[in-house]
Design a protein around this ligand. Sequence first.
Ligand code: B1M
Length: 209
Amino acid sequence: MSVLEQIKEFVIAGSAKKVKEYTEQAVAEGLDASTILNDGLITGMNVVGIRFKANEVYVPEVLMSARAMHTGLAVVKPLIVNAGIKEKGVVAIGTVQGDLHDIGKNLVIMMLEGAGYKVIDIGVDVSTEKFIQVIEEQQPQIVGVSALLTTTMTQMQHTVEKLQAYRDKIKIIIGGAPVTQAFADEIGADGYAADAASTVDLVQKLTSI
Ligand code: B1M
């Protein structure tokens, strides 16, 4: 089994220790960070998602896989984030209120940091008031809202509507598995990105306007 297959299998099995070990091995073998992410860590998590949906695994197993994936992300983070890079702008990102999913948000943060942005991680289950507090206190140029549940898309809409009052200062971007460009247009967000890499392109585009 290749090192990427080992990473994938140990993410599925929820073995944080093994995911760390094989991710370090993949780095030592010279594989690049995006290959390790996409063909190892994320592929494993996708399998977990399919099994979760089919009721073949339950929340405790998914949490163990998520934790295992996080240990792998921690290993590749230094490869993605170039500490010496000049700061291009400030982005604040949170997962919307009622939603605890943060793996995708954390990946987006990592990619943005790697591209030279300062990122304020507001965390998960973030209320509209908290987004507003961060905007007022830390003055980001871009505010990102993530949602992974169809049920929290309504809260996302509410947050985006309330943030319209800050439109002269910020651009609002949204993302997450159930979110689409059509939904972004409908609720008045400035942009939507389907994955972490395209979030970087989107932020670059919006900050250069
Ligand atoms: Co949850 N969960 N979960 N879960 N979970 C999903 C999302 C689900 C699709 C699983 C399924 O049924 N197949 C389903 C949602 C169904 C729906 O609403 N349509 C679901 C459900 C139902 C639930 C619970 C309700 C289950 C329950 O308790 N009965 C519950 C809700 C808890 C809550 O949030 N209030 C729940 C709980 C959990 C765990 C806590 C166990 C765990 C989260 C752990 C954590 O995040 N720390 C979990 C997980 C891990 C998943 C799955 C398996 C994986 C999500 C993930 O991390 N994907 C997920 C199934 C799936 O998606 N395959 C599922 C990997 C990640 C890299 O992708 O997050 O999509 P993603 O992020 C991408 C893009 O979307 C994009 O870039 C990222 C990187 O490329 N992106 C952005 C994300 N945010 C962005 C923001 C941007 C731009 C791009 O700009 C701001």
